[in-house]
Every structure is written in C-alpha cells, then in structure tokens.
Design a protein around this ligand. Sequence first.
Ligand code: NAP
Length: 266
Amino acid sequence: MILMTGGSGQLASLIAARMKREGYDFLTASRGPDADRQMDFDRVETLEFAGVETLFLTSAGYAEDDVVMRRHGAVIHAARTQGVRHIVYTSLSRASDHLGFALAHRWTERQLKESGLRWTILRNGLYAELIGALAAPQDGRITAPFGTGPISAAAREDLADAAAVVLGDPAAHAGSCYELSGRTAFAVPQIAERLGLPYRPLTLEAERRRLADLPLLPFQPAMMMSIYAAASAGFLETDATDLLHLVPAPHDALAVACAAATGKTA
Ligand SMILES: NC(=O)c1ccc[n+]([C@@H]2O[C@H](COP(=O)([O-])OP(=O)(O)OC[C@H]3O[C@@H](n4cnc5c(N)ncnc54)[C@H](OP(=O)(O)O)[C@@H]3O)[C@@H](O)[C@H]2O)c1
C-alpha cells in the first residue's frame, strides 16, 4: 500500500486525485479530517505506518529549518522502524540552493540516503503558481522585486503528474534523484508584458520594510526575501531538468504564472 502525507495540501491533493482515479492501493494522511489517516508530524504518536510499503513524504516546509528537520526526521525514523520499504520525498531543485529554505530539504535528502530504506527524491522546481501569486499586481502594476532574472519554475500540476508516474512503479525509480525544474524559464517582466501591466519592482530594501509591517509568521519575510534576492541575482534559472522524462508535455509555466497573478487558474 502507498501512503501519502500532506493529503490536504495543494500538491498532494492533485497527486491523490490521480492515484485514486487510476485505482492504486493508495491512502492519504493529513492533519485535516478528510484524510484516510490522521497524521501530524509535530505529534509523533500519530506517525503510524502499519501496512505501508511506499511512503510519499510531502515536505512540511512552511516553518523554520529546525522545525522542518525535526518533522522530517521523526517521519523517517518512524517509517524505518515500522517496516516502510521505500520513501518518495518532495525536495527542492538544485537551482534553488540559494534559497533560505533549501537547507532542510538537503538535510532530509541526506537522512533518506542514510536510512537504509529505498528512496526516490523529487527535486521540485519553484511552483509557477507561487511566482505568479507573488507577482500579483498591486494598484495596476507589478511591484514584487524579482528583478529580471529568468526563473525555471514548473506548474504544480506537472510536478504532481511526475510524482504520480513515480508512485505508479516506485521500485523502478529507487535511488533516483530527479531535477524537476520547468523546461522553459520565464522572468517576471514577461508576466507583466503578457498581462499588459507595467513592471515597477520595489527595491529589496523597500520590500523588506513592507513585509516587516505585515502580520506574517516570523520565518515568512526571510523566506520570501530569499526568493526575490535569488531571482534578482539570476540564480533561479537552470537547464538541468528531468521533467520531460516523467511528463512529456508539461504546461506553459509562464501561462500558469500569469493565471495565478490574476487569481485565475490556467
Ligand atoms: N516548489 C515550491 O515552489 C514550493 C513552494 C512552497 C512550498 N513547497 C513545499 O512543498 C510542500 C507542498 O506544497 P503545497 O503547495 O502543496 O503546499 P500547501 O498546499 O501549503 O500544503 C502544505 C503541506 O504541508 C503539510 N504540513 C504542514 N505542516 C504539517 C505537519 N505538522 N504535519 C504534517 N504535514 C504538515 C500539509 O499537510 P496537511 O494535509 O496535514 O495539512 C500540506 O501537505 C510544502 O509543504 C513545502 O514544503 C514547495
């Protein structure tokens, strides 16, 4: 049986829909009430993996590094001691190594490789939907400080399809670490051009001040600023992607980002 954590998340629910539609022996686990099993990485007593052969571990990355590492470490430990054979993990692309939240992903990858379990690592590129949402226009112009650097973002739906391909035959993907960045990079000025809006990016300093005045969680401003800084410095583009091996006809990531920027789905 396959168990997928994070059942209520945006990525995981796309994967679950496909796996259930295709009739796999597949269950979801989540903190929410609608999942097949209730599971919260912050409560070790909920980490039950009886009967699970393959665990799809959706990263729980919206937190400080130490919190994320504690969560993922607890899951890997519980899975190993309860007889899980294979873990498929949603990591972060190598092109995203300069982002503030890359550390916990690399740490988790190392834990998996040292666990003695079979593993598959899905190094997801930044979501095109995330870039679009951050670039949503304010007062008729785009102000998010991405600079002009291209970003190899991927549609969440393509990343879900890639995950479903792997889950369809986990043994065939054991020991593989897939880079899943978008195949065609786009820059935020292209979003502005497609939407017919001016691109007037704030300076990084001005954005930092703006975020400081918002009711955000403590880790969030640093997380967002690292995306803007890495994009501005031109570090979010890469040619290294295995996406086409798993998803032969991926979405147009720029179109997906534009749809997200205007609050529509692509
Ligand atoms: N590639 C990217 O651009 C990008 C961007 C942002 C985040 N991410 C990472 O990718 C993951 C999935 O993305 P998404 O778009 O589906 O995010 P999302 O919709 O916000 O979902 C968040 C996920 O985190 C899980 N989670 C949070 N705290 C948890 C806890 N204490 N115990 C168990 N699960 C917990 C949630 O599971 P429940 O069902 O239990 O709520 C859910 O699957 C994120 O969690 C994050 O690590 C990637």
